[in-house]
Design a protein around this ligand. Sequence first.
Ligand code: ADP
Ligand code: 5GP
Length: 230
Amino acid sequence: MTNVYIISAPSGSGKSTLVNELRKIVPGLDFSISYTTRPRRGSEQNGREYFFVSRQQFDEMVRERMFLENAEVFGKCYGTAKRFLEQAQKSGNDLLLDIDVQGAAQIKKKFPQAVSIFVLPPNRQTLEWRLRNRGLDAEDVVQRRLITASREIENYDKYDYILINDRLEDSVEALKAIVLAERLQRSGKTLSADEAKNPQIAEQYKLRNVRERVKPILASFVTTPVSGGE
Ligand code: ADP
Ligand code: 5GP
């Protein structure tokens, strides 16, 4: 059976970096390439990071019921095509979805068994620094992303696992352990001593075990200035 993993995070938290690293080290994990109406950024290529489509094309896909979920984020449309799940099911792989909180809620409703992971930055200042350093967005966009981030992170408690992306190597290991732990547990097979380490590591990142660690992160976002337009 195909396991569906959802990964969400405020923009700039390091989700793309983590997903790319994870895909290198975990076999049998397909990645869904979303459709979006937003323009290409930096070195992005059509069909690699996203399928870049017009609003008309997107609306047509919605009408044709081609999406598993779709949502509007930052005023642009994003959607997960059903065919990625079908392909994963056919090839016996798991599927990883990099989608926002609205999409995650839609998927969880359709597939309660889906595993959801929320990536948090260590604090607001680090997020701001990473957004600027990434060099993809103009300053007004960085500010808008920070305001949106404070709203998005309030949804952290709707997720199964919370990953605070501080040291990259630790986060990649944690993400790998979560994916493998869920895969192994659902396979029903007896775990070897080595495999049994994954559920132990993953357990540390379950929502119930991170609440105290998340508090100061949420507090660091409370100082976000409120924009008149938002
Ligand atoms: P997202 O996909 O969540 O928008 P990115 O993966 O593009 O975020 O990461 C934002 C920036 O932060 C990038 O420049 C990336 O190299 C950097 N970054 C990601 N994870 C870490 C980390 N653990 N420590 C330091 N920098 C990081
Ligand atoms: P970005 O434009 O920075 O790549 O992504 C903006 C946001 O859209 C991120 O939170 C990302 O997870 C989300 N996103 C990307 N693809 C999809 C999708 O197919 N569906 C939904 N709901 N959100 C998506």
